[in-house]
Write a protein that binds this ligand. Structure first.
Ligand SMILES: Cc1ncc(COP(=O)(O)O)c(C=O)c1O
Length: 386
């Protein structure tokens, strides 16, 4: 049996989520836009689900837009606002450690005539507030900075940045795909205008995402998909009711057990990290260890290739760089951004822990890593050259 330590790439579906979805795949199939009784009942249930999601985020029900993924939510927020506000200004700000769903969207907008500032992070993986303040201009319309990074887990000072944005009449979006379910995420406390999250990172299925949009902003977002008046006119297409019911259940569970989950996940991650660092020589953690979500451990194993270790320790499911780019030969843009050693960065692996992991798996994973790191180092030219 493999040991699944890749929960940041995707999470298993929680049984409780699966159960509530089933009726909507079978008998509760009516279209929520239909005006017959069955349609109206589904509409009520869909809107109740919207309310559940809103309540987890501290938002109003009408501020929740269901999308098809975290990537789509990021695109809708960034392109939607950029196009909607282009007469006000054409300057946008982000960081150089964002997920590709954000970075590539900004790169696309550069081709469309927008001017983008990519803020650098320090060696801990955190954006500098003074640099951020200096980057704001008269024509800045939008800032998008992730709440927690998907490769090293570092948490950005989003609350502070959102306040600066509000003082400067600039809109702020945050990608909270990795943060939700690992730390409290409340849009009022954060002060952001838009926030993204995704179902398959919180024990709901793949293919469903959410974008929170501040009520005052909804009229200014240009939709990506035109058609019917679904999702307040921001995303045409008959709603994916079973998945919406599922993501709402996943949110309800987070509301009930965030503390319990984050305590358990943090305990397992810390146990893993402590044993690896103590028992496997020449290993270290990438990024800040204190300002991190509880679930991610990005570890460099010096003198070996991360991919080779994954092949040798094949019982462990984990990632090199970020999972979405694991078919690319380039080293991670995040490790470059934190000035990681260019040779060492090829020996970095991301382990991400979740609700369904246990202590026995963590201990077994460390034992497997210990044995295989030793084997690979015996053959490593980097090691023998030392
Ligand atoms: C920080 C972050 N943003 C966005 C995404 C994209 O989410 P989805 O896979 O739902 O498109 C991911 C997925 O890994 C992510 O980690």
């Amino acid at each position: 049996m493999s040991i699944y330590l890749d929960n940041s790439a995707t999470s298993p579906v929680d049984d409780r989520v699966f159960e509530v979805m089933l009726p909507y795949l079978k008998e509760k199939y009516a279209n929520p836009s239909s005006i017959h009784n069955d349609g109206r009942q589904i509409r009520d249930e869909l809107e109740k689900a919207r309310g559940t999601v809103a309540s987890l985020l501290g938002a109003d029900t009408s501020e929740i837009i269901f999308t098809g993924s975290g990537s789509e939510s990021d695109n809708m927020a960034i392109k939607g606002l950029a196009y909607g506000m282009k007469n006000k200004g054409r300057h946008l700000i982000t960081s150089n450690i964002e997920h590709k769903a954000v970075l590539e969207t900004f790169k696309y907008l550069e081709k469309e005539g927008f001017d983008v500032t990519y803020l650098k992070v320090n060696n801990d993986g955190i954006v500098d507030i003074e640099d951020f303040k200096k980057s704001i201009r008269e024509d800045t319309i939008l800032v998008s900075i992730m709440l927690a990074n998907n490769e090293i887990g570092t948490i950005q000072p989003v609350e502070e940045m959102a306040e600066i944005c509000r003082d400067n009449d600039v809109y702020m979006h945050t990608d909270a795909v990795q943060a939700l379910g690992k730390m409290p995420v409340d849009v009022t406390d954060l002060g952001v205008h838009m926030l993204t999250f995704s179902g398959h990172k919180i024990y709901a299925p793949k293919g469903i995402g959410v974008l929170y949009v501040d009520e005052s902003l909804k009229d200014f977002i240009v939709p990506l998909v035109h058609g019917g008046h679904h999702e307040y006119g921001l995303r045409a297409g008959t709603e994916n009711v079973p998945y919406i019911i599922g993501i709402a259940k996943a949110c309800e569970i987070i509301k009930d057990q965030l503390q319990e989950d984050s305590k358990k996940i943090g305990y397992l991650r810390d146990l893993f990290e402590k044993r690896v660092l103590e028992e496997i020589p020449d290993t270290y953690v990438n990024g800040a260890r204190d300002k991190r979500i509880c679930s991610i451990s990005n570890i460099t194993f010096k003198y070996i290739e991360g991919e080779a270790l994954m092949v040798y320790a094949s019982e462990i499911d984990c990632s090199t760089g970020s999972a979405c780019t694991s078919d690319s030969v380039d080293a991670s843009h995040v490790l470059y951004a934190i000035n990681a050693d260019p040779v060492d960065m090829h020996g970095a692996l991301r382990f991400s822990f979740g609700r369904f992991n246990n202590e026995e798996e963590v201990n077994r994973a460390v034992d497997i890593l210990k044995e295989n790191v030793k084997k690979l180092r015996q053959m490593s030219p980097l090691m023998s050259n030392e």
